[in-house]
Ligand binder design. Sequence first.
Ligand SMILES: [Zn+2]
Ligand SMILES: [Zn+2]
Length: 339
Amino acid sequence: MPAARRGQAATCWLVQLGNGDNFVFDIGSGAAANLASLEIPYDELDKLFLIHLHQDHIGDVPALWIGGWTGGRHGALKVWGPSGHRPELGTAAMIEALQATYRWDHTSRLGVIPSRGGDIEVSEFDYRGVNEVVYESNGVSIRSWPAIHTIDGPISYALDWNGLTFVFGGDTLPNEWYVEHAAGADIAIHECFMPPDLMMQKYGFSPRSALNVATTVHTVPAAFGEVMRRVAPRMAVAYHFFNDQDTRYPIYEGIRRTYDGPLTMADDLLCWNVTSDDIRVREVIVDEAVWPTKSSRPPDEPSPADKVHFTDFIAGGRLDLSATLDPLVDAFKREHGLE
Ligand SMILES: [Zn+2]
Ligand SMILES: [Zn+2]
């Protein structure tokens, strides 16, 4: 959900394939710390697919971009996402604006650490494409089709590899494209929102706002169940609700009114191990205090030419501690063979 809480991050799905490829789908607020806790080098978390541009789906893009850069990513963060129905509402415009927002941050690191990890490469595609391939490499293809959510632009993704299909529907009202193109998927994720009475009791919404959000923007549990009854996946995954002791059962019962197939109610750090003949749902146990996981490649070197230097005014205010620092710096340089 957009309102942050320690106990549950906003949307993010990591797909790890047997060919070694990793794909990140959305990275909402709080998700970057969870992703880091899986101890995967940032070099291998450089493909990010965005489903739409709400804060609960993109809030931690800066943490993956800048944090992943300082955490050892060698190259650009690559971002895929939909266009909008006006150019300024598309993924490319959002990333360009984000880069402008973080211009001081980005500029300040150049010449100090390697520059290339601070780049972003964007691939924007038409949100109106129906089951169109938006990515194809190394035996993996990713398709997109439109979702129906607040205004034009949101989409759904399906990833196909090795005879297996993962579908992430994103936020959407029940729609015909999802039912058609997610049919029979191995993992089918679709939003399942809190019913309006829960939004009033727990989120403090008025009856009108609760009804608006639950029925004109999102999919309530009984409707989620109807969608999954038609899709008949090997595993249906419901997400987009605060998963608490007192909320999961009303949502579960709503789904079970219309769907009796395999079901997972999403929460942080759940893991689905998928093969052609089995799906196991497990909970990942993580270290709370990880450091960035080292890449298999040695770190690049910074480019001094990229450095933006202090003005004479600011540099002139520096306290002269050379008598203390020079011997320490000289010893470090000798130890590591630096000029
Ligand atoms: Zn949304
Ligand atoms: Zn959302």
